[in-house]
Design a protein around this ligand. Structure first.
Ligand SMILES: Cc1ncc(COP(=O)(O)O)c(C=O)c1O
Length: 384
């Protein structure tokens, strides 16, 4: 079509969507592919939203978001000890993705390089490419629990490197970066004068005593860190599209101007609701406990399947399992698993070259479905 520009023509459907398109043509499928909480938003929050609508909170908000909400983020979110100024250093966005896209729009000149883990949730790469930046992948491996190693990062740094993205707990691996590695990465960022984009959207979903400190809390880091977060995973609110970014005032100011011109603001009743959500961490904890139980079911089931290897994921709701012993690529494995046993998993190669030989398994379905899916995976593995 002649009206579409060259850049838009390069946009591709992601491999995750492609799996779902295949699965949608079948019946009796169990999906371990979905990267969102399967449960509905907590009732209390839905009631708060109704109240917002009744109160007439249905108008545009300031471009940076309702000030009361930004204040709540500064005082009650994981940023509370870091003294972010809600007037200048926080912007409310259309989910975490909205924050990332505004950020890349204001950050990137042609050829600027952004370091992104491999394997990693791929939308970063797509957004960076679209904004004329260059995504440089930092390889990781099973032996190091898919954690970016400071020496490997350093080898990827060039004079064009502008920023490094970290995402812990991680999608797709479920890995949680150790404090020690985070400290080393922070020092590296200071040494090479890099910005760090810290995508914290899974940071309420931690297990086995794992912790996810905020990289902005390390020495000299606050002024070079942009925090991305949202309510999608922590409060089962993916469809509400509420997220935020917190970081240096000059960048937040540019992102706010960008938001003014592109989409005005995030939805008003959602902002009102999420401000109240911050008073109810127990709602988020309830979700975490459900995922903790399912994680135990999944790991116990996987451990019984000959040929599958995995590191125990300490966060998010994913396991990243090594299926290379079966002699199939991860795409072949997932396609055949779907065709023969009607279970959706996502090929690890969808997240980068280093994901080949692995599959991402999301435990975002009911316990009984998870048990049934594990039986089917075991049957499939035995058959090959
Ligand atoms: C690592 C990561 N970051 C950000 C997001 C975006 O979430 P949202 O835009 O719903 O806040 C996702 C969603 O899957 C994700 O996996």
């Amino acid at each position: 079509m002649k009206w579409i520009n060259e850049k838009a023509k390069t946009l591709q459907q992601g491999a995750i969507r492609a799996m779902f398109d295949r699965a949608n043509k079948m019946t009796g499928v169990i999906s371990l592919g979905i990267g969102e909480p399967d449960m509905s938003t907590p009732k209390l929050l839905c009631e708060v939203c109704k109240e917002a609508l009744d109160k007439g909170i249905t108008h545009y908000t300031p471009n940076a978001g309702l000030l009361s909400f930004r204040q709540a983020i500064a005082e009650k979110s994981h940023l509370k000890d870091l003294n972010y100024d809600p007037h200048t250093e926080i912007i409310v966005t259309n989910g975490g993705m909205g924050a990332l896209s505004l950020l890349f729009l204001v950050l990137l000149n042609k050829g600027d390089e952004i370091l992104i883990q491999d394997p990693q949730w791929l939308n970063y790469v797509a957004q960076v490419d679209y904004c004329d930046g260059t995504a440089v992948r930092v390889p990781t491996d099973f032996a190091h629990n898919f954690e970016m190693q400071p020496e490997t990062i350093e080898n990827c740094i060039t004079p064009n490197t502008k920023a490094l993205i970290i995402n812990t707990p991680n999608n797709p691996t479920g890995s949680v970066m150790t404090r020690d590695t985070m400290e080393k990465i922070a020092k590296l960022a200071v040494k090479h004068d890099l910005m760090v984009i810290s995508d914290d959207v899974y940071n309420t979903l931690l297990y086995d005593g794992a912790e996810a400190p905020c990289i902005a809390s390390f020495p000299d880091m606050k002024q070079r860190t942009m925090i991305i977060n949202s309510f999608s995973k922590s409060f089962a609110m993916t469809g509400w599209r509420i997220g935020y970014a917190a970081g240096p005032a000059e960048i937040v100011d540019r992102m706010t101007k960008c938001q003014e011109n592109f989409n005005a603001c995030a939805n008003a009743p959602g902002q009102y609701t999420c401000a109240v959500a911050l008073d109810h961490p127990e709602l988020s904890e309830e979700l975490r406990q459900i995922f903790e139980r399912r994680r135990a079911i999944l790991l116990e089931g996987l451990a019984k399947i000959d040929g599958i290897r995995f590191n125990e994921p300490k966060g998010a709701f994913y396991a990243f399992a090594d299926i290379s012993s079966f002699g199939l690529s991860s795409v072949e494995f997932c396609n055949r698993l779907l065709d023969e046993q009607k279970v959706v998993c996502i090929p690890g190669s969808a997240f980068g070259e280093c994901g080949n030989g692995f599959i991402r398994i999301a435990y975002t379905c009911l316990d009984e479905k998870l048990y049934e899916a594990l039986d089917r995976i075991e049957t499939f593995c035995r058959s090959i």
